[in-house]
Design a protein around this ligand. Sequence first.
Ligand SMILES: *Cc1c(COP(=O)(O)O)cnc(C)c1O
Length: 364
Amino acid sequence: MARPTKASIDLAAFRHNYRVAKTQSPSSQAVAIIKANAYGHGAIELAHALPEADAFGVACIEEAIELRESGIKQPILLLEGFFEESELELIRQYDFWTAIHNPEHIDALERQPVSSKISVWLKLDSGMHRLGFTPQTYPAAFQRLSALPQVNHIVHMTHFACADELEKSMTHAQLQVCDATFANLDAHACSFANSAATLAHSASHIEHHGGYTRPGIMLYGADPLSAPNSASQQLIPVMTLSSKIIAIRDVPAGDAIGYGERYRCSHNMRIGTVAIGYADGYPRHAQDGTPVLVDGIRTSLVGRVSMDMLTVDLTHIPDAHIGSSVELWGKTIKADEVARYCDTIAYTLFTGITRRVHKEYIEG
Ligand SMILES: *Cc1c(COP(=O)(O)O)cnc(C)c1O
């Protein structure tokens, strides 16, 4: 590995964050959400690093099979259910749990051999309007599933649209829809809470809502809440994205740096070139001023991000040299902070890391 661009993944931090999720809701099981290759962190490695996980959640059967084939024994939930009827055979074979979010899913289950016993998570659209049965159609769907010999357990499931925004009343409204809809439908368990709700909406998982939480982003140490919160303060960032300085130059006042002359030097500056760019997943739309850490000292991005490189201000870091270490995000500069300078969220930063970035797994 000659090019120094890498993502270090702290497995101890990942386990710690999972324990935070469990502590938030001690009577619930926690489905560790590791879809999209564990939000870019490496699903197989992370799943094996968390033997205590109650279950894992993924977006599709390809992701689920990869985990099972790698030796993962815990239940694996398909969060969006199946996309084709032919997957049901595999769901049975590999013993996956599947979401059921439309009538076609139930039709397909009905056509399965009665010897199959599949655990299903019946999804209610409690207001997000993306997936699930409406409150009007949910009870009939539940009754239909309950009567099917092909169905094992049924879990009531919903998803929140605004759990990250504590000032909004939407989560409360969605919970009321859930309470009203599920009142007389006796299911195996309930599952409502994503990371934000796990940390900030205890009514969605404690009390009579015990069952399964579904923490995702919090497991990777990013803050799921839009405003600082004591619960999310306990999280430890899992990914450190780093590289090195590969060139340094002095640039006179008035000259510009990089493509499009986006950044013009207001004074004589010392500029470092770093071996990471948008083809590694560092966002091209990062603004001038986006924080970067060089040899442990905070500085900022200057100029447009290129495909393989970016440029940073070293004027106030005289000891910086070729080979100096550069942290793009990690435990000091949080991905959440970088995301704000890029008009995005930590989710897209993590999932955007490309294959070219070497991943290294460490313990703390
Ligand atoms: C991705 C996902 C989650 C996890 O969401 P986070 O915001 O990352 O915690 C939970 N439930 C469902 C249905 C999801 O698709």
